[in-house]
Design a protein. Structure first.
Length: 76
């Protein structure tokens, strides 16, 4: 399914921008600037970019759900 590949690509872009996986309905966490966390801090992406990709993921996810509900065949 090409639509699933598009969705996976969008999720990868989101992770590249934010440093975390996409979770529907959840805003990306702010990086810890206190120095208490021992993890690599990802430079935050502009919120507009993150919002646009989040909206695209939601839209693409809806397309995939509709295709599954319609009984679309799984093509690998």
């Amino acid at each position: 399914m090409a639509e699933v590949n598009v969705l996976l690509s969008l999720k990868k872009q989101y992770k590249d921008l934010t440093g975390e996986d996409f979770v529907p309905g959840q805003q990306p966490k702010k990086p810890d600037t206190t120095g208490k966390a021992k993890q690599t801090v990802v430079t935050p992406a502009p919120e507009a970019d993150v919002k646009v990709i989040s909206e695209q993921i939601e839209s693409q996810g809806q397309k995939v759900r509709e295709m599954k509900a319609a009984g679309a065949a799984k093509v690998l």
